[in-house]
Design a protein around this ligand. Sequence first.
Ligand code: ATP
Length: 371
Amino acid sequence: ETDLSADDSDIRIRIEDLQKTFANGTVIAAENIDLDIEDDDFVVLLGPSGCGKTTTLRCIAGLEEPDSGTIFIDDEDVTYKKPKDHNLAFVFQQIALFPHMSVRRNIRFGLDMNTDLSSKEKRERVEEVADLLGIRDLLDRSPSALSGGQQQRVSLGRAMVMEPAAFLLDEPFSALDANLRDQMQTEIKKLHQSLGTAMVFVTHDQEEAMTLGNKIVVMNDGQIQQIGSPYEIYNEPTSKFVAEFIGSPSTNMFDCMVQAGKEGVTLRSDTFELHLDERRADAFDGMDGNSVTLGIRPEYLEVDASDPLFEATVDVIEPQGKSDAVHLSVGDVGIVASVTQGRIGRNRERTSIAFDRDELWVFDESGSRLL
Ligand code: ATP
């Protein structure tokens, strides 16, 4: 989607048609990557292992030379420039603090190496950053005397003192336990709001992506599948891949055959026949006899339906707080419905299923969304 209010001057980082291969071109790690990043963007690169997130981030940082394409930072082409000329801060999953230096010296390190600031200026900047991160009282400790979360805050502090054009973060919280991770997610989001500096964050965890990003870049096989807000990628996926990858429990998918006639379209699967009215038949123009996939999120499966499409066997029920995930089977197809807590009792064996017809998606054989 394009933001019409954005003129080029708002763009901090621009990636144009980036391509990067490895192993003499046999492994395509990233291709056709186009992305604009503004200061108030919290961009999350999201996708399964090996989809090219880290490679893209490393190209932005100048740690990797692309095969082709251009990276602009503040309108300057930095594609083949050294990492330090990119003026970006990189925070890794592995925390790499200097063990023999105090927290204060760890944070100050980049300033000592790369700037001519006076001691007073450096001290002030370190303390300002420590205040923002809530680690002021840890400044004189050694890194070994810190918890994992505190250490990761110090890593962030080291990045922040350099006042970079943007922060690049590669799974920075994945080694932390769940509670600490939640806490750090809230903190990084607050930090982004108060600093107003762009963040580009890599994760394979869709919940983390939804929590953090205003702009989520879903990747698969080295390519961008979709760019959108958390709401857009959840509610309006443009492909089968995104519909399946985003959301937990995952979107139910049914293989169907299109039967197009005068009175609209019927989608035929092994388990049901679903008639779509004329209003929606247009999407299937010329597709009579084609294979498609119908997708529907667990919350839009109706259980105990009065006008059912088919019957299903209740396998297991997983309480998820406000709702229960009810796993069902129809023949050898597994499906899942998300229902109000306790709606389906523990001893229930069968239920009847219908779809909320306003909320279903249909994908063609290439995985593109038709409806
Ligand atoms: P993960 O979440 O597992 O880190 P990722 O999405 O970050 O995955 P990349 O690390 O960018 O994916 O890797 C993309 C592809 O490029 C993978 O197939 C990977 O094996 C390959 N690759 C990455 N770096 C190299 C390299 N230095 N040499 C050869 N192949 C590489």
